[in-house]
Ligand binder design. Structure first.
Ligand SMILES: Nc1ncnc2c1ncn2[C@@H]1O[C@H](COP(=O)(O)OP(=O)(O)OP(=O)(O)O)[C@@H](O)[C@H]1O
Ligand SMILES: [Mg+2]
Length: 348
């Protein structure tokens, strides 16, 4: 059975897209079938995987009608046919990894979905919308026999994000060590219980149960956080970053975790303990990739999978290869933790 993992933080620029791509790649390297879903109208993940940067290139892709918006069109544009699986694109250089491309126009469905999710229960014509995204992802996972779906989300508290998160099995919270990430964690401690209450109600409403695409009954569990993109000095995070790494740990352990625990949105403490994950639920700390990020984007390949030819020569080559090896270990541990946590949760 596929496990759906949302990468969510309404704060922008915290490495959601980068983590989706890198984690997806590493999961596939470890033998899992993975679909990475670009659910952000910015289409950064699609651009990152395909190496697109121009509007024309994206528009060429849209013509194939195999993307998140076209996949949902039967429900959102009242077409007289059922939603079908999207024909995802194989990601070059990584067997078992597939991309469900994004679409800049996905944002056009936002308002209608928002109205449908108000749950007045009186708008029969909109009953198929709240369950439609989950249905599309499920059908696509079945077609590709996927073990994992990773969803790259936009930085917002939109109705689409509310839907994506609350119909996922798990979520990961990417953060960056700064004041705004601490603020974002505090606001999530208030918002997520409201989303939980909404999803509970939605899954019990007759009108949504009877829809062509029934709204699923699922509670997303937080696997943990990823703290990313900070400067290292003498093997340790620079003091200015360490201060915010500590701030994030405190916000998670003392404010977010108690709020999620009340709403059943966590795994058992024992499961985190088995993976040596502390009360801050930190799955991985990933420092600044430095020059490797440019090579990674140039070759549409995660930093840890770049070949030495792709990295190129230079006076700092040895240092760069050493850094790459370190990132490989960090992503491998992150991926092992994700596999263990999701496997055990599924079997419980
Ligand atoms: N560990 C890292 N080292 C260096 N640069 C990084 C690292 N992680 C991410 N970046 C860079 O930081 C920027 C933001 O990352 P990314 O696009 O993954 O964030 P995001 O959360 O998806 O942003 P958005 O909220 O806009 O969707 C990108 O330019 C990315 O290349
Ligand atoms: Mg992004």
């Amino acid at each position: 059975m596929v496990q759906k993992i949302a990468l969510f933080n309404h704060k922008g620029g915290v490495s959601k897209t980068t983590t989706t791509f890198n984690l997806g790649w590493m999961l596939a390297t470890k033998g899992k079938k993975v679909i990475i879903v670009d659910a952000d109208p910015q289409c950064n993940l699609t651009g990152m995987v395909l190496g697109f940067s121009t509007k024309q290139e994206l528009e060429g892709l849209y013509k194939k009608e195999q993307n998140i918006k076209s996949g949902l069109a039967p429900a959102f544009e009242s077409r007289p046919k059922l939603i079908e699986a999207v024909d995802c694109l194989p990601v070059e250089g990584c067997d078992g990894l597939f991309l469900l491309p994004g679409h800049v126009g996905f944002a056009e469905y936002e308002v209608t979905l928002g109205i449908a999710q108000e749950l007045s229960g009186s708008i029969q014509a909109l009953q198929n919308l709240p369950g439609s995204i989950s249905y599309l992802l499920q059908k696509t996972a079945e077609k590709f026999k996927a073990d994992y779906i990773l969803i790259d989300m936009s930085p917002s508290l939109s109705s689409i994000n509310q839907n994506l998160l609350m119909t996922s099995d798990f979520f990961i919270l990417p953060t960056s060590p700064d004041f705004f990430s601490v603020m974002a964690i505090d606001s999530l401690a208030t918002i997520l219980p409201k989303w939980y209450a909404w999803a509970q109600k939605a899954s019990e409403m007759r009108i949504l149960k009877d829809a062509d695409y029934p709204f699923p009954k699922v509670t997303p569990r937080l696997l943990g956080t990823v703290v990313q993109n900070y400067r290292i000095i003498r093997q340790e995070p620079a003091a200015a970053f360490q201060k915010w790494i500590d701030g994030i740990e405190e916000a998670v352990s003392t404010r977010l975790v108690p709020s999620l625990r009340k709403n059943n949105m966590l795994l058992s403490n024992q499961m985190y303990n088995y993976q040596a994950i502390g009360s801050d639920l930190c799955l991985a700390k990933i420092s600044d990739f430095n020059s490797l990020i440019a090579k990674s984007q140039e070759h549409q390949t995660p930093v840890f999978a770049l070949t030495s030819k792709q990295i190129g020569s230079g006076i700092v080559l040895e240092k760069t290869l050493g850094a790459q090896e370190k990132f490989k270990k960090v992503f491998s541990t992150l991926t092992d933790r994700v596999i263990e946590l999701t496997c055990h949760a599924a079997s419980n």
